[in-house]
Write a protein that binds this ligand. Structure first.
Ligand SMILES: NC(=O)c1ccc[n+]([C@@H]2O[C@H](COP(=O)([O-])OP(=O)(O)OC[C@H]3O[C@@H](n4cnc5c(N)ncnc54)[C@H](OP(=O)(O)O)[C@@H]3O)[C@@H](O)[C@H]2O)c1
Length: 279
């Protein structure tokens, strides 16, 4: 309950927003934990986003998740941010505290948590990692892997300049490799992450030969529609452990729910099944 005595209100904003799975995640948890709250989608265009964020305290809204294309605008509109938001210059979770807008970014947490849960004992500091793509999701994942002590982070992106820019911004041990050299870059690595949209429904499959990838290396595809991408199927077929993108989506939602509704939520099979029901 908030100070008005009414149900706690939180939500997700983006443009468009109707495809967001976040309401399904949070409303599942609200029901599971018997919390008097609601979580709703808000379609907010980028030119209205800053005004919308500033209005949150007056509307008595506990906070918002922020998705494409409003994450950078959210970062600029916050009164306070944590080190993840500052590092990524993007906010995906806003918490309103005593009229103050606090912004964080939980994408790296979501990625690392899902990896740890799927592969207990996996450690980033064991060897080189290969990241395909250099967009918004790649930024969070590269930052997370760098934080976890990955000794060599190889980024391959179709547009070479974006991989170079990411490597320059994040510094050692992040380095760009040519998109045409992506298969060779797998040599000796302990993790391959696809953060490009290749393999997503409606997009071409990711074209990469896995021959150089050690068979113990984890293959993680953050694409979650479909859940089993051609990359994951190819990885499993040759014996590599494979991790799908749904875990990242579910785990990134946890900190916001905890801060708005006061309960640490659990990611379990029932939640996965519930969210998969929309695919
Ligand atoms: N599991 C999760 O929780 C989660 C979270 C965030 C995103 N995702 C998924 O991750 C993917 C990327 O999201 P994002 O926010 O990072 O998007 P983004 O910022 O638009 O980046 C897209 C990336 O895909 C690459 N790409 C697109 N089309 C390509 C093609 N035909 N050939 C080669 N590379 C191509 C882009 O390369 P260029 O730089 O050359 O354009 C860029 O690196 C999406 O499928 C999204 O649904 C999943």
């Amino acid at each position: 309950m908030n100070f008005s005595g009414a149900a706690i209100v939180a939500g997700v904003c983006g443009w468009p927003i109707k495809h967001s799975r976040s309401p399904r995640i949070h409303n599942f948890w609200l029901k599971k934990y018997g919390i008097d709250g609601v979580y709703v989608p808000f379609a907010i265009s980028p030119d209205r986003a800053a005004d919308a964020f500033r209005a949150l305290p007056d509307l008595d809204i506990a906070g918002l998740n922020v998705t494409v294309p409003n994450k950078e605008e959210a970062f600029r509109a916050m009164h306070e941010t944590d080190r993840w938001a500052q590092r990524l210059k993007a906010v995906n979770t806003i918490v309103v505290r005593d009229g103050v807008l606090f912004g964080t970014n939980t994408d790296a947490f979501g990625f690392l948590e899902s990896l740890r849960r799927s592969r207990p004992g996996w450690r980033a500091d064991k060897g080189p990692v290969v990241v395909l793509g250099a967009g918004g999701a790649a930024r969070a994942i590269v930052a997370g892997l760098q934080d976890e002590g990955a000794p060599d982070i190889r980024i391959a992106n179709r547009t070479a300049e974006r991989a170079q820019a990411l490597a320059s911004e994040f510094g050692d041990p992040v380095r760009p490799v040519g998109w045409e050299d992506r298969a060779d870059a797998l040599d000796g690595s302990v993790l391959l992450v696809n953060t490009s949209s290749l393999g997503m429904e409606g997009q071409p499959p990711l074209d990469i030969a896995l021959d150089a990838l050690p068979v113990e290396a984890v293959v993680y595809d953050i694409v979650y529609v479909p859940l089993e991408t051609p990359l994951l199927a190819a990885a499993r077929a040759r014996g590599n452990p494979a991790v799908d993108g749904l875990g990242m989506l579910l785990h990134q939602a946890r900190p916001g729910f905890r801060d708005w509704f006061g309960t640490e939520p659990e990611v379990d099979e029932a939640l996965r099944d519930h969210v998969l029901g929309t695919f």
